[in-house]
Design a protein. Structure first.
Length: 386
């Protein structure tokens, strides 16, 4: 049946048609081994595709070994990692989801603990337990926070090497079977730290004015877009605001989005925060349902970009309303997907987009129809003694 719910309408971006507007947001799992995925990753991502999401992003994936955030981060800096990721993309495609990857460099937040270890700088105990440490890099030698490693300010040669790393990783991602590439330009990691005056205190043409601070991230974008076939969509995740006085602002994000669009970016993925110690998306607001949706709405209206909304969008009704109100084009679901990997299937039922488990995997649908029929029969039975 043809759904009237916008959430379940297909969306074509360049040469790729997404089956619906539901996206599994990239979420770091911190359990890769030397940058390589494990069986956990295959099961973890496969269940989201089986659960009906139109697009499934795997977690931020480092372009170099020293570009990891933690020792547990995925990487795609060598050819053997291509082979290791192919079973994941194959599984996603087999269940109708577009495999997507977020390519990233941790910048001055690199050489850090896994989230459940404290999400801070590595300790002597972490190193004694086998974690390696490295010198992070950034636009300047300003550490992320007190107690964090002092980053090495990237030289021009280092910037060019990093740019080539983004390009090489994007091409490896295509070889591995990914159909969407997203550049991570958010949350205080390398490219966003060039953008934010909180991290970038350079005095050359890559620091100072907004134009200068955007220069290197835009050079990376140009290089990646040129390397990709025209048919491949390119997303960019941004921190729409630092949430900190004197930092990156929403006005800056509108200007950046215009520049990204002019360089062939297809979707602006609108997150926020990350330049304050304590978490990736710290906010000075009380976070509530859809609290970041206004970022996607403003960028969409002022630039004409396709936008992806993310942030405490937990219910099908809210996701559908965001689309109906013209505030975004795609809905990214994160932790709610961890709680309920079949969120998309359940949303289809709630919004009347399907009946009788018609789009569920056949192996599930057959059983669930019998189960539903049994429930209906039980509901129709009179109570004993009535």
């Amino acid at each position: 049946m043809q759904s009237k719910a916008l959430l379940f309408q297909p969306l074509k971006i360049r040469g790729l048609e997404l089956r619906n507007r539901i996206v599994v947001s990239p979420m770091a799992m911190y359990c890769a081994e030397n940058g390589y995925p494990t069986q956990f990753h295959l099961l973890h991502y496969g269940k989201f595709a089986m659960g009906g999401a139109g697009t499934v992003f795997i977690e931020e994936t480092a372009i170099t070994r020293d570009g990891r955030i933690t020792n547990g981060c995925l990487g795609l800096w060598e050819e053997k990692q291509v082979e290791a990721l192919r079973p994941i993309t194959s599984a996603l495609k087999s269940h109708g989801s577009a495999p997507a990857i977020q390519i990233a460099h941790g910048g001055r937040k690199g050489s850090a603990q896994r989230a459940w270890e404290g999400n801070g700088p590595l300790t002597a105990q972490n190193i004694a337990n086998g974690d390696e440490t490295w010198t992070p890099v950034g636009p300047s030698d300003k550490p992320f926070a007190n107690g964090w490693l002092v980053p090495q300010a990237l030289s021009r040669a280092g910037m060019q090497e990093t740019l080539q790393g983004f390009v090489a990783t994007a091409l490896r991602a295509l070889d591995a079977g990914f159909e969407i590439i997203e550049i991570h330009m958010a949350h205080g990691y390398l490219l966003q730290s060039f953008l934010s005056p909180l991290a970038n205190i350079r005095t050359d043409e890559y620091g100072g004015s907004l134009e200068n601070r955007m220069r290197f991230p835009l050079e990376v974008t140009d290089a990646v877009r040129r390397a990709l076939p025209d048919s491949v969509p390119l997303f960019v995740r941004i921190s729409s605001t630092d949430w900190i006085d004197g930092g990156w602002t929403m006005d800056d994000s509108v200007e950046l989005s215009r520049e990204l669009l002019s360089r062939g970016v297809d979707v602006i993925d609108c997150s926020s925060g990350g330049n304050l110690s304590g978490g990736a998306t710290n906010s000075s607001l009380t976070r509530g349902p859809g609290y970041q949706v206004p970022f996607a709405e403003r960028i969409r209206k002022e630039t004409g970009a396709l936008t992806q909304a993310v942030g405490f969008i937990r219910t099908p009704q809210l996701a559908e309303q965001v689309l109906r109100d013209g505030k975004a084009d795609l809905i990214a679901i994160g932790r709610q997907m961890l709680f309920n990997p079949f969120w998309a299937r359940h949303a289809a039922e709630v919004l009347g987009a399907e009946q009788h488990f018609e789009t569920w995997p056949q192996q599930y649908g057959w059983w669930l129809n019998k189960w539903a029929a049994g429930l209906r029969t039980m509901d129709e039975q009179p109570l004993a003694g009535s």
